[in-house]
Ligand binder design. Structure first.
Ligand SMILES: NC(=O)c1ccc[n+]([C@@H]2O[C@H](COP(=O)([O-])OP(=O)(O)OC[C@H]3O[C@@H](n4cnc5c(N)ncnc54)[C@H](O)[C@@H]3O)[C@@H](O)[C@H]2O)c1
Length: 342
């Protein structure tokens, strides 16, 4: 299949493109590079032996999307482009409505014009807000506690409204993707201050940041720090590809993607520190607005609908992040190391 991957230059998108190409599909990256580095394209080439097709554009540009979809005869879209920071969404909720909701609206209109029949959408555990009970199941109440989660829920609602036998939709609620490709050639390289925990930890370990700020030590969890369901990005990518294939038989898929296990911030720091053999200095800071205490997924529905379960452990996640970070201390700005393949 020819698959357009919006946000294909980003963290999850780059891993997705590599695996799609390895599975014999052709990937068209559509990305404005506002949150990603152009060097990722060459890393994808080195991993796959193929120069990927790249369209530099904004998902709010409906015309360019239409042109891209028809020129490259796309059969499906994996929609990952968007903004994902909770604090940024609280500071600037309009931006999140504009890009995450408005951009997706433009994309869906272009998809309709170009007569593409399948879309896989990157949603988030943030659509649930504070879960009433754990593990979080797909039929739990949807009450996002921040504008980022609200923007993803608005898109889910629109997708459910327009899903039909002719236009098939998979909504995947990612819990906390971490990890990196096992080659160490691609990984998470956030621009500016990372909002997610794992890149903050790995940047402290490599010496780019003096310490890790831990937001809140008084949550009602085993050690007072927040608990999340960390999922290896390569497991997530495998689930995405299964979901795209499952749209052959399903009209609407809506599933959580997680491991079913929660780890606290301190447990993650400890696991990473053991993996890299370095101390990770930490400093406690006040709670952050929009954060919840604890969340981990029920994986039952994903198992039933996609035949998928996460396979990689927390140690695998830490090992692969450390390989990526130590081979690329400055992320994609780093010169490719001679230890890397390609
Ligand atoms: N990483 C996570 O923790 C996480 C968790 C749950 C859901 N998600 C969702 O998964 C998707 C991918 O996340 P990621 O971690 O790879 O993020 P990322 O920031 O690494 O990738 C997003 C990509 O989208 C691009 N982009 C942003 N705005 C754009 C626009 N207007 N037009 C075109 N491209 C644009 C960026 O340049 C970037 O390459 C996002 O939609 C995010 O909300 C991520």
């Amino acid at each position: 299949m020819n698959i357009m991957v919006t946000g294909g230059a980003g963290y999850i998108g780059s891993h997705t493109c590599v695996e799609l190409m390895k599975a014999g599909h052709s990937a068209v990256i559509f990305d404005d590079f506002s949150r990603s580095h152009p060097n990722v394209v060459d890393r994808i080439r080195r991993l796959t032996g193929v120069v990927p097709i790249v369209i530099a554009g904004d998902i709010r540009d409906r015309k360019l999307l239409e042109e891209t979809l028809s020129t490259h005869r796309c059969d499906a879209v994996i929609h990952l482009a968007g903004l994902k920071s909770v604090p940024e969404s609280i500071e600037n909720p309009y931006l999140y409505q504009d890009i995450n909701v408005g951009g997706t609206r433009a994309l869906l209109q272009a998809i309709e014009t170009a007569r593409v029949h399948r879309v896989v959408f990157a949603s988030t555990a943030a659509v649930y807000g504070t879960p009433a009970s754990l593990p979080v199941r797909e039929d739990h109440a949807l009450q996002p506690s921040n504008p980022y989660g609200g923007s993803k829920l608005a898109v889910e609602t629109l997708l459910e409204t327009i899903a039909s036998d002719r236009f098939r939709v998979a909504i995947l609620r990612f819990f906390n993707p971490v990890g990196a490709h096992e080659s160490g050639l691609i990984g998470e390289d956030p621009r500016g201050n990372p909002g997610n925990l794992m890149p903050q930890i790995s940047q402290v370990a490599i010496g780019r940041r003096p310490w890790l700020d831990i937001f809140g030590d008084d949550y009602p969890t085993s050690d007072g720090t927040t608990v999340r369901d960390y999922l290896h990005v390569m497991d997530l990518v495998a689930a995405q590809i299964r979901a795209m294939e499952a749209l052959e038989r399903e009209r609407l898929i809506k599933v959580n993607l997680g491991t079913g296990h929660g780890y606290s911030v301190l447990q993650l720091v400890d696991a990473f520190s053991r993996t890299c053999g370095r101390n990770i200095p930490c400093r406690f800071a006040p709670r952050r607005a929009g954060d919840i205490a604890e969340s981990y997924a029920s994986g039952d529905l994903a198992q039933k609908m996609l035949g998928w379960r996460a396979e990689r452990s927390l140690d695998d996640m830490c090992r692969d992040v450390w390989r990526w970070q130590s081979l690329n201390p400055q992320g994609f700005e780093s010169a490719p190391s001679s230890r890397q393949p390609g």
